[in-house]
Design a protein around this ligand. Structure first.
Ligand code: NAD
Length: 786
């Protein structure tokens, strides 16, 4: 063949990587692996095969853990915990550095083993997965070193159960294990049954670096092993990455247990192309967004939204590029796509694509793919309808669906027309446009003119059915610590001991305060009111009996009042200072209310009121100061970690400290830009209903604070169930806490509950936690380079 002929045909030439090292590793273990518990390998009779999806070849036999094995692993982690904590951050950092170096040293073995086990191209495991794994351990070694200074108010959670999926096996392991160890936790991890081999090699490395036994335990097996781990009473935190379906099961099963939970779930992320984008870069971006890792990426840009004016041109370029992709042997360094993970996954993808074809969408697929093995062609559906199954469901395969938009507003609406909220990618040469659109997209990560870039220094995680919690960055570390001050929530109430001898003045009976919805006083839908008794059993006043309909009206008003979040922190602070000043001006009236309705002494009333005013000033001060960070990620990016409000937050106030419990929750929530629906103390709601007069005179926009009085648990149930409430805080009983956690599952709202314990409202030891719980972090990646 002449050089000219080579250039003319650009014939593809295979360049396979050797699997020799990986095969030697498997042979050394006689192609059979046990469980790694308490620093030892435990072999099992009950086994299942690890299969190479590209060839169908069985690579090894893996152990199926029993519930006794899960128990043994948790016990080992419990036993190892005190020493691991005592070792201190600096010593733990040494272990993490050692693990990072071992991953680098064995990177070739890891990369080949991962490709064999998962089917992903060696080019990706070699250049993306494994370097990121090492980076994770290095980065978190640094956090371990700095824990005592940077996180001095926090401590380890305890024993952590970690469950991971098959799409980035070792990378997901590192996202879980590195922060957990850095913060002093011990753990039990279960890899996905399809891809456990690199986790087992990692266990060997833990052993070789001399990690104390029981600190890391790796158990293999199917979903039931994950369920046994999640439900084990010896676990204090569960970190789960996987499907939304299983995430919901875990949330339900652990409700009321007090286990801390982070869920990284599925996605259907938009890839938005504006008309001024550089279309050639966009095409390569699409390749990385949906054909990287065979599209088995939770944050894959699987919905292409193209501005109408350039859509046809872009589609032509994409069709041409698609035909040039090479699907083949994962160990071949020249291929673009390998095999999908299993025959089951191949079936799922095929069935979605068949549905798309039956719906009549125009489809383009690469024709030339290997026969045998789990191969699926890169697929492009054009001009699909937004309601189509293939647009709404996560396919988790190399399938892109494309549709057009005309205006920016339409692009935002289409982007948010999904039950997920994991990531988004925006393409435009206009940075002002990009940064205007970014906050309006409900997604935990937004990439501008780039896609699918990750780093240990940046948080990653979702909204809505994509889950909650973040992994990576400082925000990810917070998932592995708890406040050092454990007395902030106590078994015993901090409330004043009131005598019950107070006499009511009786004037309150003359007026029944209404509820407060959309900035207006509102009668309860039921038309009924409830008597409020003081501790002496006398009637202190009446309030409206709120119901489901009132909650719905209040949520609607809160959703409609979106503008509050768009204000600057400075503007919000001005309004909140004004609230504090107006409350001060009505000091006497509120003090009387507290003595009348709650049986407080004058001194107690003065104390609760002055703390309330102080609390409002404090959170007003934070409104423009609790801001984000610019993360120091490895590529040429500015990675902006922005604290965003959750949206509409439901707040169920504590029974004690009726005024302080109200302002102590409502004010930090609105300081961060949320709109709230509040259920005040059921037994003493009158100081909260008086409060709307303060709001009315303080320039708080209608709908930002909505107050519904009535039966607390019934109203909390409605709030927890409501699909348009993004988060809920509940301060009440243990049973009520569990109820809120269970009911939050369907809408996957973030919940913060007190499990029947009592918070120290007077001293507010967790001042900043209220701000943190009122926000979620959005990471925005803006690459640079001329
Ligand atoms: P999956 O939920 O079926 O399995 C994930 C893990 O959970 C596996 O280890 C499995 O054995 C275990 N499991 C199954 N049933 C369980 C149960 N009842 N209790 C406890 N554990 C159980 O998900 P998958 O098919 O392996 O992974 C694909 C999904 O993961 C996709 O939806 C994808 O979007 C998601 N994912 C999300 C992220 C993220 O960071 N958000 C990252 C990767 C993958």
């Amino acid at each position: 063949m002449t050089v000219k002929e080579i250039f003319d045909t650009m014939e593809y030439g295979p360049a396979p990587e050797s699997d020799k090292n990986a095969m030697e590793f498997l042979d050394k273990h006689r192609r059979s692996f046990g469980l790694y518990i308490n620093g030892k390998w435990v072999s099992k009779k009950d086994t299942f095969p690890a299969v190479n999806p590209a060839s169908g070849e069985t690579l090894a036999q893996l152990a199926e853990a029993s519930s006794e094995d899960v128990d043994a692993a948790v016990k080992a982690a419990q036993k190892a915990l005190p020493e691991w904590v005592k070792a201190g951050g600096a010593e733990r950092a040494r272990y993490l550095y050692a693990l990072a170096r071992q991953v680098q040293k064995h990177s070739r073995l890891f990369a080949v083993l991962e490709s064999l086990d998962n089917g992903k191209p060696i080019r990706e495991t070699r250049d993306i997965d494994i370097p990121l794994v090492a980076r994770h351990f290095y980065h978190h070694a640094g956090w371990a070193q700095l824990m005592d200074t940077e996180l001095r108010d926090f401590k380890e959670i305890g024993v952590v159960g970690q469950i991971i999926p098959w799409n980035f096996p070792l990378l997901m392991l590192s996202w879980k294990i590195a922060p957990a160890l850095a913060m002093g936790n011990t753990l039990v991890l279960k890899p996905a049954e399809q891809t456990s081999l690199t986790a087992l090699l990692f266990a060997e490395i833990c052993h070789n670096v001399g990690l104390p036994k029981g600190v890391v335990n790796i158990i293999t097996g199917h979903g039931s092993v994950g369920a046994a781990l999640a439900n084990h009473p010896g676990i204090q935190k569960i970190a789960f990455t996987g499907s939304t379906e299983v995430g919901k099961i875990i949330r339900k099963d652990t409700a009321g247990s007090g286990k801390k939970l982070s869920l990284e779930l599925g996605g259907k992320s938009p890839f938005i192309v504006f008309e001024d984008a550089d279309l050639d870069s966009v095409v390569e971006g699409v390749v990385d967004a949906i054909w990287f890792n065979q599209g088995q990426v939770c944050c894959a840009g699987s919905r292409l939204l193209a501005q109408e004016s350039i859509a046809d041109r872009l589609y032509e370029k994409l069709k041409a590029r698609l035909q040039k992709l090479v699907v083949g042997n994962p160990l071949d360094k020249g291929i673009d796509m390998g095999a999908v993970v299993s025959p089951e996954q191949l079936k799922t993808i095929t069935s979605f694509v068949d549905k798309g074809k039956n719906e009549g969408s125009e489809v383009w697929q690469l024709e030339n793919i290997p026969s045998g093995g789990c191969f699926f062609p890169p697929t492009l559906f054009l001009n699909v309808s937004p309601a189509s199954v293939i647009v709404q469901e996560e396919i988790f395969g190399p399938v892109l669906v494309a549709m057009t938009f005309r205006s920016h507003q339409e692009a935002i609406k289409l982007a948010n027309n999904t039950r997920y909220g994991l990531a988004a990618s925006l393409w435009t040469e206009n940075i002002n446009l990009a940064l205007d659109v970014t906050p309006k997209i409900k997604a935990g990560t937004v990439w501008i003119n780039t896609t699918n870039v990750f780093d240990a220094a940046s948080g990653f995680g979702g909204y809505r059915e994509s889950g909650f919690g973040r992994e990576g960055g400082l925000e990810g570390l917070m998932e592995y610590v708890k406040p050092r001050n454990e007395k902030a929530f106590a078994e015993k109430s901090f409330a004043f001991k009131v005598s019950g001898s107070t006499k009511t003045r009786g004037e309150a009976l003359d007026r029944t305060p209404k509820m407060y919805i959309g900035g207006k006083q509102a009668r309860p839908d039921s038309g009924y009111s409830l008597q409020v008794l003081n501790p002496a059993g006398q009637v202190a006043g009446e309030v409206g009996e709120g119901s489901r309909k009132d909650i719905r009206n209040a949520v609607e008003a809160a959703q409609a009042a979106g503008k509050w979040a768009e204000n600057t922190g400075h503007a919000r602070a001005q309004v909140i200072y004004y609230i504090a000043e107006n409350l001060s001006a009505r000091k006497k009236e509120f003090e009387e209310r507290l003595t009348d309705a709650c049986g407080y002494s004058a001194k107690e009333a003065t104390l609760e009121l002055s703390r309330s005013i102080d609390r409002i000033f404090t959170y007003a001060a934070y409104a423009d100061k609790y801001d984000g960070r610019v993360h120091n990620t490895t590529s040429r990016n500015v990675t902006l970690a922005m604290n965003e409000p959750l949206g509409v937050l439901g707040i169920v106030c504590p029974e004690e400290f009726p005024l302080l419990g109200f302002v102590g929750t409502v004010i930090p929530a609105i300081a961060m830009g949320n709109n709230v629906v509040v259920i005040p103390s059921e037994s003493a709601p009158l100081s909260a209903t008086d409060f709307y007069q303060v709001l009315d005179t303080s320039d708080v926009p209608g709908g930002t604070v909505n107050i519904i009085t009535g039966p607390k648990e019934t109203l909390a149930t409605e709030l927890a169930r409501h699909y348009d409430v993004e988060g809920i805080w509940y301060f009440g009983t243990q049973e009520g806490s569990k109820n809120v956690e269970v009911l939050s599952v369907d809408s996957m709202k973030r919940s913060w509950v007190n499990y029947g314990k009592h918070y120290d409202w007077l001293t507010n030891p967790l001042e900043k936690e209220f701000l943190r719980k009122a926000c979620e972090v959005k990471n925005i990646w803006v690459p640079y380079g001329a």
